[in-house]
Design a protein around this ligand. Structure first.
Ligand code: ZN
Length: 387
């Protein structure tokens, strides 16, 4: 087995998650279809050479993204405010105004629209799961409903943005190498990457953030090493969104420097986090199991707030307990869909008016205030439990 980021053979498996649904964001309209979603083990492997972590039993034969893939996050005001802030800072830092921007893996197009609007830029979003009419229209932004490929290297570009995409790329080594080889060599091209950070997952045992669509798990160090290896100069790397997300800013460069940035941890340090995770994860799952069983004994009405992969990642471990009755999500395109392999139907917040839950488990603590406010506006005061 070879590392998919640095090609080293110094790779070892360290964690197996049994029977994870193969898809967690696919759009499903019936219970039967939801239950029929196949399951497969996720095997996390660690590279002792570069620190990259990946699912070594990932099934590359599945079409994960073109069969109705629902990942739009822009329905939450907290998310929008956050993204606007981070983007304005980025625009000011590098003078990203009137530029040509390509977003690889643009989803429904929210982000490329945002950065083009804020900096008066021209944009092209590339994504096989793009659906037209789901984001604002701007004559300066166009979309290509395809996977990023060599021919896209001909497109005009000053900046490549790639947000919440690299964690879905099975072979990041070739992905970054290709970007580097395909783009125009005559000028410096900047890149702006956003991915979840594995360091937080390992440190707080965030098992709900491990699911099939995420086959690649980066740390500040492993992501920087990957880009540096492919002749990018790393300009900055930092964390955001309650330290959940990792940012990397880089540019193409003929002479890459070997200067290590403060946030980049060493491979040894990361190995320490991996060992800690292996030691603590069973205990963490046991704690949740006990807590949920107690809620069941007390006949409490328990719902999850926050659909999508995190809820599937969480329920993969505990759905059999039959404690959680509903999953709430703000995205109207998810409501009434059935949750892959779990079988529950997503509901909108309004459902809770009648249902009156005793407990709400919040999949992302950053939304606690927003959710608390919505609940109290509905006259509800359930206990909020944050992951
Ligand atoms: Zn490696």
């Amino acid at each position: 087995m070879k590392c998919l980021s640095c090609q080293s053979e110094k790779v070892e498996n360290f964690f197996v998650l049994k029977n994870a649904p193969l898809q967690s964001l696919i759009t499903i309209k019936t219970y039967e279809e939801a239950i029929a979603i196949p399951k497969k083990d996720i095997t996390l492997a660690f590279c002792n050479n570069c620190g990259f972590i990946f699912n070594s039993t990932f099934d590359t034969s599945i079409d994960y993204y073109t069969q109705g893939y629902e990942d739009q996050q822009g329905f939450s005001p907290t998310w929008l405010t956050y993204q606007t802030g981070i983007t304005n800072r980025f625009i000011d830092k590098y003078g990203i105004r009137g530029k040509d921007i390509i977003e690889i893996g643009c989803g429904k197009g929210d982000y490329i629209q945002l950065i083009c609007k804020l900096g008066n830029n021209r944009g092209i979003g590339i994504d096989p799961s793009y659906v037209s009419g789901r984001s604002e229209t701007n004559p300066n932004v166009t979309f290509i409903k395809e996977f990023y490929s060599k021919k896209h290297g001909e497109l005009p570009v000053d900046l490549i943005v790639c947000k919440h995409t690299m964690e879905h790329i099975y072979d990041p080594y070739n992905f970054v190498k290709n970007i580097r080889n395909w783009i125009n060599k005559d000028k410096d091209i900047q890149v702006f990457i956003e991915v979840p950070t594995i360091v937080r997952i390992l440190k707080i045992n965030a098992f709900w953030d491990i699911y099939t669509e995420h086959c690649s798990y980066f740390s500040p160090g492993s992501l920087a090493r990957l880009f540096r290896m492919n002749n990018f100069e790393i300009l900055d790397t930092y964390l955001g969104y309650d330290d959940q997300y990792l940012y990397l800013e880089a540019k193409t460069s003929k002479n890459t420097t070997s200067q290590i940035l403060p946030l980049e941890e060493s491979v040894e340090e990361l190995k320490g986090y991996v060992d800690g995770f292996v030691l603590k994860i069973k205990e963490e799952l046991g704690k949740w199991n006990k807590l949920l069983l107690r809620m069941k004994e007390e006949n409490e009405k328990v719902v999850i707030w926050g659909g999508g992969s995190k809820s599937v990642g969480f329920l993969t471990h505990f759905n059999d307990l039959k404690v959680i009755s509903h999953v709430v999500d703000l995205n109207p395109h998810m409501q009434r869909n059935f949750i892959p392999s779990i079988g529950m139907q997503y509901v909108g917040p309004d459902f809770l008016r009648e249902y009156k839950p005793d407990k709400v488990i919040i999949m992302n603590r950053i939304y606690k205030n927003e959710i608390g406010k919505m609940l109290s506006q509905m006259g509800l005061n359930p206990e909020l439990i944050c992951l």
